[in-house]
Design a protein around this ligand. Structure first.
Ligand SMILES: *Cc1c(COP(=O)(O)O)cnc(C)c1O
Length: 374
């Protein structure tokens, strides 16, 4: 009955066909090119496989946070354009430029460091990032004219090509996001006035891309949507035409019959109130199963939903399955595709008071990823 091979305690299967489908589906819905955001090991799904699957679905560029993530993609032989936007102070950009990484620039210092690092005859490709309300990185309005003037000089000298300008939204309300868009449009106008005409203007991530058409501009940066998960409160994957790509499962490692009044797991935070069957699931917080979901996180065994009983430990948790006929080796699905009856990453997010992004991204390195092709 287990979908897992003998000897395998746990796995996260990644349906790369779903990633390709989701990319195509979003591209068709938004009508502009997709920058596939594969930072943080593609939210736990595997950066290289996700990048390949998204490119197969028509993505035109890849986005990562830092240069190390960009190098992983190049080392795997991926030659698509890659944009990287968060840099340690004092970063030497030579290695990044040598590998043809486009640099997201958020300050005058970074702009100068990138120009100084440009490789031989090839100008450095830059996207300027403007601060428009999120209060993270990005060029502040007060610094904008100086950065644009310096950019124009570096473009004239052949040190830089200004390939794009971008910003990032707060997803607070549509009104807030449209106000940020208006600030971005001001920055774009100032860019043009400086004689700079970048090919790409981009602002929206998955949420705004799907709900605020005005933010789509020349491209949208899609992360969570690649994986078939919804960033929108009250709208499911299926509502958006998306298919969750990650399924986390384990196989029951032990089964015991216990009498009423049996304490379960650390602190005995659960006690059986009748004679029952306990099943041991070999995943814990070391694997990214949030301890905050103790006593609540849902699992599917066969056709039946159960909840975690008591405290989630580092390596394992217990499920009270009542009189369900379970056996060692039976498959336990933590989350996956609700179309198959699985609990969802959103269910676990609700149980742990967090968001689906955090649930998938924290699935740990001890959980082997297995690629499946639907
Ligand atoms: C993570 C990130 C994205 C992708 O966001 P999703 O909500 O996952 O689509 C886009 N842009 C930037 C700057 C990001 O940091």
């Amino acid at each position: 009955m287990s979908a897992l091979p003998p000897g395998v305690l746990r796995e996260a299967s990644i349906d790369v066909g779903a990633i390709t489908h989701n990319t195509r589906h979003i591209a068709a819905a938004v009508g502009v090119p997709i920058i596939a955001v594969v930072k943080a090991d593609a939210y736990g799904h595997g950066a290289v496989r996700t990048a390949r699957a998204a490119l197969a679905g028509g993505a035109q560029m890849l986005g990562v946070t830092d240069l190390g993530e960009a190098f992983e993609l190049r080392d795997a032989g991926i030659d698509a354009p890659i944009l990287s936007w968060l840099h340690a102070p004092g970063t030497d950009f030579r290695a990044g430029l040598a590998q043809d990484i486009t640099i997201g620039v958020s300050s005058l210092e970074q702009l100068r460091a990138v120009a100084a690092a440009r490789v031989a005859e090839r100008p450095a490709s830059v996207h300027l990032k403007f601060e428009t309300g999120l209060s993270r990185n990005g060029i502040a309005p007060a610094d904008r004219s100086a950065v644009l003037a310096e950019t124009a000089r570096f473009v004239a000298s052949g040190d830089i090509v200004l390939d794009g300008v971008f910003s990032h939204l707060s997803n607070t309300t549509d009104i807030d996001d449209l106000a940020a868009l208006a600030r971005f449009e001001d920055a774009v106008a100032e860019t043009s006035a400086a004689g700079l005409h970048p090919r790409w203007r981009h602002m929206a991530a998955t949420g705004a891309a799907l709900t605020l058409p005005a933010t789509r501009l020349d491209a949208v940066r899609i992360g969570i949507g690649l994986h078939g998960l919804s960033p929108l409160e009250g709208r499911s994957s299926a509502d958006l035409g998306l298919r969750p790509s990650m399924t986390v499962r384990g196989q029951i490692a032990a089964v015991r019959q216990v009498p009423a009044g049996t304490g379960v797991s650390y602190g005995y935070r659960y006690r059986t109130d009748h004679a029952t069957t306990l099943a041991l699931v070999p995943l814990g917080y070391a694997d990214g199963v949030p301890r905050a979901a103790s006593g609540r996180g849902p699992v599917r065994i066969g056709d039946t939903m159960h909840a975690v009983a008591g405290t989630i430990a580092m390596d394992q948790f217990v499920v009270d399955v009542g009189d369900a006929p379970v056996a060692v080796g039976d498959e336990v699905v933590l989350f996956g595709d609700p179309d198959r009856g699985d609990p969802t990453a959103e269910d676990w997010a609700a149980a742990a008071d967090t968001i689906n992004y955090e649930i998938v991204t924290r699935i740990g390195s001890r959980v082997p990823r297995r690629e499946v092709h639907s």
